[in-house]
Design a binder for this molecule. Structure first.
Ligand code: LRH
Ligand code: MN
Ligand code: MN
Length: 403
């Protein structure tokens, strides 16, 4: 028996659970993960980075071709759709050309000069009106593209105690989000993303899941909460938040990334793969269909790794951790939990995490006609090199701080 086969769990229930899990697993990739990004200290440009919506779609199509599980690409309105609704025809043509569809529509309330003191929570009525206008335009784009989710992160907050009324800002946000939800079709959703810090460092207007959940409830059933794994204080028990959001029927989706310190947006599982495993396990413990209406999305933007390579790496990592979580026999685990057989329960949990599922995931890919190893297929296919040739000139602006 080859080592590959020795590593496979016996052809049993575990094996078919993993295949079924991989068959249903889909994860959305962000357009901005293919573009040059940086830190507040500067950008390092990459010759193959995408500089237009066309190039982002091409890269997203390549990732989907290699992995078979990323059929949609998240779009950021100001970065990707500068003409608003008039960009719809352009998106449609790109979808047909590259075999990936537009995914969640992300309004952008953090770039305009007027938003220095906030967007939908700005004390100035005229600024709030402009921000609501952008949310309504984003909802209209989502409608025109027949996309289900508008995925909203509100960057508002303040930097010093006493400089803003937290309570009045809550009421302004309720008004803006309610108006946005009213503009959505019954089948569409507003996903409300929370974050406790950055760009504001004293208070953020939607700092945690409790605040996001309150706003979602004000808006009604179309609004749900979005959990970005990088948006928590260190040591927060994220899977417990997931459990509560599942219990209350208010989990809309995830932005997955990894981090060591803050909202680092590193590739998935690069620092703490056990964290993502625990989230997937929490989802699976709620039943096979628990994630049917939960959008799994990647929100990463790493500066040093090649963009397409980093995206493939993250997608493959997500598949592997999802597969590992699928190894757990949920009924058996529940029995052990009920009997308070702590060590056995923990070992069942840990055993799944420590099982090398890579041979099984490779076998699944082969069975589904996909590249056995997407990362080496990417390297072997020369896609990045070809794109670097075409894009080099557009990416040769040098690296400058605050570009
Ligand atoms: C904010 C955030 C949000 C934005 C993205 C670019 O930190 O996570 O989701 O849309 O980064
Ligand atoms: Mn995010
Ligand atoms: Mn973030």
């Amino acid at each position: 028996m080859g080592t590959e086969e020795q590593n496979l769990p016996a052809k049993d229930a575990r094996h078919s659970r993993v295949f079924a899990a991989l068959d249903r697993f889909r994860i959305e990739i962000p357009s901005w993960g293919f573009a040059n990004t940086g830190t507040r200290f500067g950008k390092f440009l990459q010759p193959a980075a995408a500089t237009s919506l066309e190039e982002k779609f091409a890269d997203a199509g390549e990732v989907n071709r290699l992995t078979g599980c990323t059929p949609t690409v998240a779009l950021h309105v100001l970065w990707d759709l500068p003409q608003g609704e008039s960009d719809v025809a352009r998106v449609r043509a790109l979808e047909a050309e590259h075999g990936v569809r537009a995914g969640s529509i992300n309004p952008n309330l953090f770039q305009e000069q007027e938003y220095k003191f906030g967007s939908i929570a700005n004390p100035a009525p005229a600024v709030r009106k402009k921000a609501i206008g952008h949310l309504l335009e984003s909802a209209a784009i989502a409608k025109a593209l027949k996309v289900r989710d508008v995925s909203l992160w509100v960057p508002d907050g303040s930097n010093y105690p006493g400089t803003q009324s937290v309570r009045r800002r809550i009421a302004w946000m309720e008004e803006a989000l309610l108006a946005t939800c009213e503009a959505l079709e019954e089948t569409q959703r507003l996903l409300i993303e929370y974050k406790p810090f950055e760009p504001a460092f004293y208070h953020t207007d939607i700092a945690d899941w409790g605040m996001a959940l309150h706003l979602a409830r004000v808006c009604g059933p179309k609004a749900k909460v979005l959990v970005d794994t990088g948006h928590h204080a260190q040591a927060t028990n994220i899977e417990q938040i997931v459990a509560w959001l599942l219990h209350t029927g208010s989990l809309g989706g995830f932005h997955f990334n990894d981090r060591k310190y803050a909202d680092d947006d590193l590739t998935l599982g690069s620092i703490d793969p056990y964290q993502l495993f625990r989230i997937f396990q929490e989802m699976m413990s709620a039943g096979e269909n628990a994630d049917a209406d939960v959008a799994y999305m990647i929100d990463q933007s790493h500066n040093m790794k090649g963009k397409v390579e980093a995206m493939v790496q993250s997608v493959v990592t997500a598949q592997e951790l999802y597969a590992r979580a699928a190894l757990i026999d949920q009924k058996e685990l529940a029995k052990l939990q009920d009997a308070c057989r702590l060590v056995e329960a923990e070992e069942l949990f840990r055993d799944a995490f420590w099982t090398d599922v890579r041979p099984l995931v490779r076998a699944w890919r082969t069975a589904r006609g996909l590249a056995e190893d997407p990362l080496s297929a990417l390297r072997g296919g020369g896609y990045v090199e070809r794109r670097a040739e075409e894009r080099r000139e557009r990416n040769s602006g040098g690296s400058s701080a605050y570009a």
